[in-house]
Design a protein around this ligand. Structure first.
Ligand SMILES: C[S@@+](CC[C@H](N)C(=O)[O-])C[C@H]1O[C@@H](n2cnc3c(N)ncnc32)[C@H](O)[C@@H]1O
Length: 193
């Protein structure tokens, strides 16, 4: 698809207002906690939504094809990190480095099928595969780290450990590639590689 129209920056004034649509307000309210960490907004335009995200997120990153849109975001919301770039290529962002990714106002709909799927895959890659959750233990006084077995094994390897086994609460060893999402507390045995 031809995206060059966005590069012209002709529409800065159209996306620099602070008017949210009802659905956007709902999402910001309902998912305020999900949006409170490291957040990436794709196609952030001139900051219509970013202006609110920057208040909620611990660290807001915005990416847009148009340098003029990015300049407007930087001028209006200096607390955010805004860069010119194409959302189809997110290699500048590390795997698992964001808690949430937003693409509001039809941003993904300017892509064709193949590029849309590619971008969704990239969004999946940059999202964290763990969550910090207040899961009710000890009267909701504790926050626990939840992670998939595959991601935990990868993380151990990245930190210099060689996984020996992964056991469920009955002591049964998980088979290679088994995920066991129903088990709350998997036990990992690992040695330093
Ligand atoms: C409809 S505007 C929405 C702007 C903003 N999200 C909002 O809700 O006000 C779409 C934005 O996506 C940007 N955009 C379009 N294609 C893009 C791409 N491939 N990568 C990054 N940004 C893109 C455009 O420059 C434009 O700022």
């Amino acid at each position: 698809m031809d995206l060059s129209v966005w590069g012209t920056g002709r529409f800065v004034h159209r996306y620099s207002n602070r008017q949210l649509r009802p659905v956007e307000v709902m999402i910001l309210i309902r998912h305020r906690e999900d949006l409170s960490g490291r957040v990436l907004e794709l196609g952030c335009g001139a900051g219509r939504i970013a202006g609110y995200l920057v208040e909620v997120a611990h660290e807001l990153h915005g990416l847009d094809l148009s340098p003029r849109m990015v300049a407007e975001c930087r001028r209006r919301y200096p607390g955010g990190h805004f860069q010119t770039g194409d959302m189809r290529h997110l290699s500048r962002f590390e795997t698992g480095s964001f808690d949430a990714v937003l693409a509001g106002f039809n941003v993904l709909d300017v892509l064709g099928d193949e590029e849309r799927r590619l971008t969704l895959r990239e969004i999946g890659r940059v999202l964290r595969d763990y969550a910090l959750v207040s899961d009710g233990a000890h009267g909701f006084m504790l926050v626990h780290y939840f992670i998939t077995a595959a991601a935990q094994l990868r993380q151990l390897a990245e930190e210099g450990f060689e996984p020996v086994s992964c056991l469920d609460l009955d002591g049964r060893a998980l088979a290679s590639g088994e995920s066991a999402p129903e088990v709350d507390e998997l036990h990992y045995v690992a040695r330093r590689a």
